[in-house]
Every structure is written in C-alpha cells, then in structure tokens.
Ligand binder design. Sequence first.
Ligand SMILES: [Mg+2]
Length: 312
Amino acid sequence: MQRTERFQRAAGAVVGSAVGDALGAPFEFGPRGAFTARFPTPGVGGEMCGGGGWDPGEATDDTQMAVLVAESLLERDGLDLPDIFARFQRWAASEPKDIGLQTEDVLTNGMPWDLAAAIHFQVNRRAAGNGALMRASTSAVHFAPAGREATMDAARRIAALTHGDRAAWEATAIFHELVRVTFEDTDPLAALPDILALVRPDHRDRYATVLAPDWHPDQATEFNGAVWPCLGSAIWALRTTTSFEDAIRAAIDLGGDTDTVAAVTGGLAGAYYGLNAIPTRWTQPLHVPLPGSDGRVLHLADLLHLTHSLGC
Ligand SMILES: [Mg+2]
C-alpha cells in the first residue's frame, strides 16, 4: 500500500466521513441507485445538492457528534466519558435536525452517564443501531497512536455511552483499528482477519459474515441502520471501488441510511486515499453546524485544525 503522510490520512478520515455524511443526507431512506440516477457521470459536480431539509454541504448528527467527541478529547486532555456524555446531552437538548431514536432516548432519559445506555438496552433489547459507529472518525484519529488495544478499548467505551448492545461496541472497535492500521500504511482489507480475531468471541461470527470478501449488501439480514450491514456495506464500498469518489457513490447508491453508511465509508476511504483524494468541490461547501454551542458552524479549515490538534 502506498506510503501517505500521516496527516493526509488523519484529515482524510475526519473530512472524508463528514463529506460522506453531507453527500448522503439528502438521499436518506431513498431507493437503491438514486445517487447515480441523479448524477450519472462521476466527476461532473453538483453532488453536494442538499435536500430533505439539508443545505448543500451540511453535515448531520454523525459529524456533529464526532466533533463533540473531538472537542471533549482536546479540552479534557484525554478520554473523559462523563464529559462526552454531558456534551451529547447538551447537543440533544438543542433540537438537532437529526438524531437517532435510540441515541435521543438514552441522552434524554434522565439516567446517569454510566447507566443510561445499559438501562435502555435492558428495557428495549434492540440497541445495535449504527449511531456509535457513525461518529467514530475523530476518536479513531486520536487514539491510533496509542496502539491496537488502547484504540479498540476507547472505541468500545465511547460507543457504550449511547449503545448498550456490545455489537455496537465491537463495530466501533473494528473501525478504530481499521483506521489505525491504515495510518501505518497497512492495507485495511488485508488486516481484516487479524482484526476479527480481536472481536469478542460471541460477536465474531456476525462480523466475519458481513466483512467477508464475497459478502454483498444484498445479503444483509437487517436494514443498514443496524450496525452489522452498515459496517459491512462500508467495507464492501471500499473493496469494490478504486477511488474516494467511487466509494462514496457506491455507498450512497445502496439507499437506506445513506448519510451514515457514507460517513463510515468516507472515514475509511479518506484514511485510505488521503485528504487530497477528496474532491475540493465536496470539501468547499462542507459545513458542520453544532446545535447547543451558540450557533458555531465548522468549515473545512476548522476540521483540519481539529485533526491537527487530535494528534496528527
Ligand atoms: Mg445523520
């Protein structure tokens, strides 16, 4: 795999995820192939189209929560789980345009930070949504230098703030480790068997299925708002394309939870191809409103500054 400057990969992960989120948002819950139907020729432009309540280039909850995690890591000088949870709560109380049902319930049920998700899971039993995986780009960048065990552990603990189902923790841990190995110029797809061996045994089989080289999103047994097909689809998009742009197009064309599938794809593809591979016509209109923070809106330069501060 090509040697790429570490900052290129780190910024690629953070910005790539945000770009995928903003490109996918107008197509959420739409049919298969909607992106290609509207934009048949790659590279032409106009894809940051907005719609469905989103302005062109506007990032959704996926990126907003990733920024909240990043700012906590920086301002608290490391992992402060109660602080991340409190930031999530302030944000959730500020009426973001988009928030996952499960995430909203956990952040507003009045329970303390270390019980809210677990109690939600005990009551509902279904908590394997992709809402923790979707926001992992910044924490993956921050914890990569700490090594395999530390980055996977941090991923699980941040995921557990809103998701009581360990399946959501394991997907986030896999994502963190994929980003880490990519930073070391290792092919993330080639690393998958080794990474699967680090997944908790009782969750390994389901991830081995959706991350297998011959798995196709058509074989998903759940909607791609669930964590297994979401991660599987992102890996599939990376595996079956040869550029950042094509990976994102493939992800959005799957339909369903397009902003999140494209955000996860964009995080991995951005780390793989680097920031320079992300079309500037996509990064230029990109912006991340932050409900609950006095109207702050982050742009590309802010995301690059954030990435630099996170340790790259
Ligand atoms: Mg979203």
